[in-house]
Design a protein around this ligand. Structure first.
Ligand code: NAD
Length: 471
């Protein structure tokens, strides 16, 4: 990766590549591309040892064609303005693709969270939230953060608590952030949502016969050989859902190195091994690979980078042997890698569609917060009673008995998690076909990423036109 590599530049490059396949006025395209608002802040915190540290942080609102803006907050030592702008732009396109009515946003704090105590992290998160409140860069109707790399439910809980403390009586305050613990207004299924979305998206792609034929792969997920980079929230859950569906996760990469086992790795066992030993290396039955990037070059059907951006670039892309690359992380491939894969006939399933499960379920969480009621609460019991009644009628009319197992399945009324999973499944399947249909309709479109951008640009531009901003 070059020193001066611009992630936002790469997003703009992909955008321009797609814009050629649309009919929009250059001025509209310019407006869609631009980051509307960039807030760069610095604030001090007192560390546990009494020293003062000045923290650098950002919040970017890329587009206001729909409000609120939406996007995660990242804690990482590499955070910079260019990166946050790129991630905010990806959020705009991502939301458009999966029909989530938000503009793109993103936040970042330039810290390595492993170097701070929980108390220090809490102070940083709360101060960051106060700064956002001061400038009205957070709120259920303006800008709604969520977890990203290095953050999770705990940080979202601190954000909520700070926001509600400073906005007493605001009835929809819980909608100021998503990815919260369920006890704090979170929605069941949010934790695994991005990984589940990655699985639903790739499964749908694997179920399209002509796509699989071109890659010389059998249709379906079962038996597919999968490699995952990053065993964090997104990587762990993606790997887990693939394993549950009968695929074999043959390789895993983490910070400290990579491991490989052709027979498949048990994800939970590797996770526990890492927790107890501090490393994925030396996992029983698996072979240690030399570096943490070695797994990316393993021969496999599906490679899922789920850590950070730019991990596959012009240097290592020629050695990648996967047939499908599912971008679970944001921006794991550089444009140079994209070109190499397009030439090699490797299918790249792009980030801004594939990892949209998180924002989709965040949208469900936000709706839950605004409606102040758990999904399924009103209809679950009613549906169960009705299903029981119908079953009884069928049994008495036919004189046949339905097995207990089937009965349990048919009678079951949907819980919150059932509704969230099915809403996500529907969203990912619909998005897959919208992108594939765009690609089919215009064979000059070179790859799936460009097709996804075309879909996104058309939706955002239409939205501007409908607002009357660009008649
Ligand atoms: P996370 O912090 O939970 O996990 C990231 C994991 O990657 C960690 O275990 C880390 O040790 C590992 N890692 C870091 N560098 C590595 C390297 N060089 N090689 C191998 N492993 C490495 O973060 P996450 O929430 O899972 O996010 C991962 C990616 O997915 C990011 O690009 C993020 O923007 C994207 N994403 C996350 C969400 C979400 O809901 N959390 C939604 C959409 C996209």
């Amino acid at each position: 990766m070059s020193e001066h590599y611009s992630f936002f530049g790469a997003v703009e490059k992909s955008f321009d590549k797609a814009a050629k396949f649309t009919k929009w006025d250059p001025g509209i395209l310019e407006q869609i591309k631009a980051c509307n608002a960039v807030y760069r802040m610095r604030f001090p915190i007192k560390k546990d040892n009494g020293s003062i540290e000045v923290i650098e942080a950002y919040r970017v609102q890329h587009s206001h064609h729909k409000t609120p803006c939406k996007g995660g907050i990242r804690f990482a030592a590499e955070v910079n303005q260019d990166e946050v702008m790129a991630l905010a732009a990806l959020m705009t396109y991502k939301c458009a693709i999966v029909n989530v009515p938000f503009g793109g946003g993103k936040g970042g704090i330039k810290i390595d969270p492993r170097k701070y105590s929980a108390y220090e992290l809490e102070k940083i998160t709360r101060r960051y939230t106060s700064e956002l409140i001061k400038k009205k860069f957070i709120g259920p109707g303006t800008d709604v953060p969520a977890p990203d790399y290095g953050t999770g439910e705990r940080e979202m809980g601190w954000i909520l608590d700070t926001y509600t403390a400073m906005n007493p009586g605001e009835i929809d305050a819980a909608g100021c952030v998503t990815g919260k613990p369920v006890s704090q207004g979170g929605v069941r299924g949010r934790r695994e949502a991005t990984g589940l979305g990655v699985f639903f998206g790739l499964r749908e792609v694997c179920n399209i016969p002509d796509v699989m034929e071109k890659l010389a792969l059998p249709v379906g997920v079962e038996g597919k050989r999968v490699v995952v980079q990053g065993l964090g929230n997104v990587g762990y859950h993606s790997a887990k859902f693939f394993q549950n569906a009968g695929a074999k996760v043959i390789g895993l990469a983490e910070f400290e190195g990579s491991i490989y086992n052709e027979e498949g790795l048990d994800i939970d066992a590797v996770f526990t091994h890492r927790k107890t030993t501090g490393s994925i290396l030396n996992f029983p039955g698996a072979k240690n690979l030399e570096t943490n990037t070695a797994a990316l070059e393993l021969d496999c059907d599906i490679l899922i980078p789920a850590a950070l951006e730019n991990v596959i670039n012009g240097e290592n892309a020629p050695r990648v042997k996967a047939k499908i690359i599912g971008e679970a992380a944001n921006g794991p491939l550089t444009p140079e890698a994209d070109e190499i894969f397009a030439k090699k006939g490797i299918l790249v399933v792009p980030d801004m569609y594939l990892n949209a499960g998180g924002v989709t379920v965040s949208y469900f969480e936000w709706l839950k917060n605004l409606s102040h009621v758990r999904y399924g609460r009103m209809e679950k019991r009613f549906n169960e009673n009705m299903n029981t009644h119908i079953l009884n009628q069928i049994e008495s009319l036919t004189g046949k008995k339905v097995s207990d197992k089937e009965k349990g399945y048919i009678q079951h009324g949907a819980d919150e998690v059932d509704l969230v999973y099915s809403g996500l499944e529907e969203t990912m399947i619909t998005a897959t076909h919208e992108i594939m249909n765009e690609w089919k309709a215009n064979p000059a479109i070179p790859d799936m990423r460009t097709a996804a951008y075309v879909v996104a640009v058309n939706k955002v531009a239409t939205s501007y036109a409908e607002l009357g901003i660009f008649p």
